[in-house]
Design a protein around this ligand. Structure first.
Ligand code: PMP
Length: 304
């Protein structure tokens, strides 16, 4: 079903993807004590034999921060170095997704993070659109986003994704494409693996970082682009009722990019989405390195 890139990084070396295997006794598999990143690589539309990675430094920093929660010191620079080498060795010929992962690699039981071996691996796969760019229908999940006092939500911790998985499956099995999760305060938090934005009266609003969200890199990118385009952005808590009467609602994430929400349960949203469209167009141009003001965000890797 998936096309994996031929070479993976595992246990401090590059090797064929098929040989990178873990034991059924791996600690992280049992306790969710892993953390991951996810970034897209695209073929440079302007330059043959060149791959572009978007905001590589931010992705590596977030994974390094996630590793801190696992009591694992993995500097962002080291992750960056390995990802660059990973891309050079694979020489991808199609757009792809990179999944770097840190985890407790010990064989043995008892949940803990001290006195336990950790490892870091990287693999990649070809990935098209994660959700339809035409738009998605959403339902409010009966599952709530976790609270930061129970789980470090500024990391992409594997264990957190049980809630995302429950919410996504509940949404799909009840006839929707995606789930919107509220936080324990009853405010809007995010979708199953994406941040959420609304547009009202020409301004964009998104839940602030204290609303139990993952601090998405696409979210940060959108806030910056919107400001540069002269669109007012506000980060604050968002009520359920605001979503239902919004002029536009969209979701954001590395895999999904920007996806408009067409309907929330029985509330149909307007079909005219000027701000979502403007931001989408700009985001795509920036990731393809067609916008000179944002070249700092695009990391080119030659694969000759
Ligand atoms: N929230 C969650 C729970 C996610 O898994 C993701 C995807 N990494 C996002 C938001 C969006 O983050 P980013 O824009 O950094 O991909």
């Amino acid at each position: 079903m998936y096309n994996f890139l031929a070479i993976a990084y595992f246990q401090n070396q590059f090797l064929p993807f098929a040989e990178a295997k873990i034991s059924i006794a791996t600690h992280a598999l049992h306790y969710g004590t892993g953390a991951f990143g996810g970034l897209r690589g695209i073929l440079d539309p302007q330059e043959a034999k060149q791959i572009l990675l978007f905001r590589l430094d931010r992705h590596c920093q977030r994974l390094s921060d996630s590793a801190k929660f696992l009591h694992y010191n993995l500097p962002a620079e080291k992750i960056e170095e390995i990802i660059i080498e990973f891309v050079k060795r694979n020489k991808p010929t199609k757009s792809f997704y990179i999944r770097p992962f840190v985890y407790t690699s010990d064989l043995g039981i008892l949940p803990r993070l001290h006195n336990i071996e950790k490892d870091f691996f990287v693999y990649g796969l070809e990935l098209g659109d994660y959700l339809s760019p035409e738009g998605v229908s959403c339902r409010f999940s009966s599952w709530y986003r976790q609270e930061d006092r129970s789980l470090p939500l500024r990391g992409k911790i594997s264990a957190a994704y049980i809630t995302s998985s429950l919410a996504k499956t509940e949404a799909v099995e009840s006839g929707f494409d995606e789930a919107i999760l509220m936080n324990s305060q009853g405010k809007v938090s995010e979708a199953s693996g994406m941040n959420i934005f609304i547009v009202r009266n020409g301004q964009i609003f998104t839940p602030a970082s204290d609303q139990d969200i993952l601090e998405g890199i696409t979210r940060d990118t959108i806030l910056t682009i919107a400001k540069d385009l002269g669109i007012k952005t506000v980060e604050r808590s968002i009520d359920k009722s605001e979503l239902l009467i919004a002029d536009e609602v969209f979701l954001s994430g590395t895999a999904a990019k920007i996806v408009p929400v067409t309907r929330i349960e029985s509330y149909k949203l307007p079909e005219n989405r000027p701000i979502t469209e403007k931001l989408t167009e700009k985001l795509i141009a920036i990731t393809e390195n067609r916008e000179s003001n944002y070249r700092d965000w695009v990391y080119p890797i030659s694969i000759i």
